[in-house]
Design a protein around this ligand. Structure first.
Ligand SMILES: *Cc1c(COP(=O)(O)O)cnc(C)c1O
Length: 352
């Protein structure tokens, strides 16, 4: 099966498994796991923060950030298609009593002006706008990369109103590799930011959240409360350290593969690629002119050993990652073509 449903499909490589097997470990809850401490120190440095904390998932990094930054009744400004809005079980409201004010934006990015318009004046009856939420890269926006100039402008607007800046950096390193900028170029005006180990970096589990010393101290309180404090978590951290050494620059291959997949698919009658060019490793495909639904195409692809995600009725999402090579991309394009062609001959037959 060629699995393009997500970059979470990655499995630990042999080198990563060897690093995991050799990991030095200790009690993470007590701050005594040397591998975890090394990973957190490294990510804090990369992202330009004082400290960092290992959490079991990206969702927990987002949730802990909300819980540290906000009080019940506070409001977050985020893109309407942000992961926190639709894919995190409404944790911000269920556990934090926090609501989200959204900005409609197909590509996931918005302007400083859009933020300015949504920051509420300080009034007893208004929610307190507290966080501006940025997803780098934007997942549902098509893997789009925010420009750091835009982020700086937004941060200036946020600061004027005592709002903090949070970065959901599940794929921050994809943005860095695509733009040839260091992570701290993007995070320099942020109060918290994290990256996922279990997406393109190819680790089995984990995310690392970074911020000021006092932010991370508070994050530890919530990590314990939520049951995210672990023991010999060096097993996880060793994979993360290995990935930072071996799996970052290679993200460029995923981007090349995503572009070549998009180019191949766009040659197929009725298939269009959404957005203005593939920037990283996510490809959104519009199949509305193929006379088949995304679900039908997905099912037919599975019979040909290819998995592509269904985004909605006529949209699909394909994600490249370290388990996908160039020949796989060609095979996917061929499988897609044969599904669409088979579909149209069948239609012609029924008409005849
Ligand atoms: C995957 C993802 C998350 C959640 O990360 P998990 O590690 O799966 O919990 C959050 N935000 C974005 C943008 C993501 O793509």
């Amino acid at each position: 099966m060629i699995d393009l449903v997500s970059d979470t499909a990655t499995k630990p490589t042999e080198g990563m498994r060897a690093a995991i097997a050799a990991a030095e470990v200790g009690d993470e809850q007590r701050g005594e796991d040397p591998s975890v401490n090394a990973l957190c120190g490294r990510v804090a440095d990369m992202l330009g923060f004082e400290a960092a904390i290992l959490l079991p998932s990206g969702i927990m990094s987002n949730l802990v950030s909300v819980l540290v930054h906000c009080r019940p009744g506070d409001e977050i400004i985020a893109a309407a298609n942000a992961h926190i809005v639709g894919s995190e079980g409404a944790g911000a409201s269920a556990l934090g009593g926090v609501q989200i004010r959204t900005i409609e934006t197909p590509d996931g990015r918005f302007t400083a002006e859009a933020v300015r318009q949504r920051i509420r004046p300080a009034k007893a009856r208004s929610p307190r706008t507290r966080v501006v939420w940025i997803e780098q890269t934007s997942n549902a926006g098509g893997g789009t990369v925010w420009r750091n100039e835009t982020l700086d402008e937004i941060a200036d607007v946020a600061r004027e109103s005592q709002c903090v800046m949070h970065m959901d950096g599940a794929r921050l390193l994809n943005a860095c590799v695509a733009s040839n900028l260091k992570p701290d170029a993007y995070t320099r005006k942020f109060d918290s930011a994290w990256l996922d180990l279990s997406k393109g970096l190819g680790c089995p589990v984990g995310s690392v959240l970074a911020g000021s010393r006092s932010f991370i101290d508070e994050a530890w309180v919530w990590k314990h409360r939520l049951g995210g404090a672990m023991r010999q978590a060096g097993i996880i951290a060793a994979a993360g350290l290995y990935a930072l050494d071996h799996h970052v620059q290679r993200l460029a291959d995923d981007h090349v593969n995503a572009r070549s997949l998009a180019a191949g698919l766009s040659q197929i009658e009725g298939v269009t690629i959404i957005g203005e060019g593939v920037e990283t490793n996510l490809v959104f495909i519009d199949v509305s002119r193929t006379s088949r639904t995304a679900a039908e195409i997905s099912e037919a692809l599975i019979a040909r050993e290819v998995r592509i995600g269904v985004a909605d009725k006529y949209r699909m999402r394909a994600v490249t990652h370290l388990g996908i090579g160039r020949t796989d991309v060609q095979a996917v394009v061929e499988a897609f073509r044969s599904v669409i062609t088979a579909g149209s001959t069948q239609k012609e037959k029924t008409h005849a």
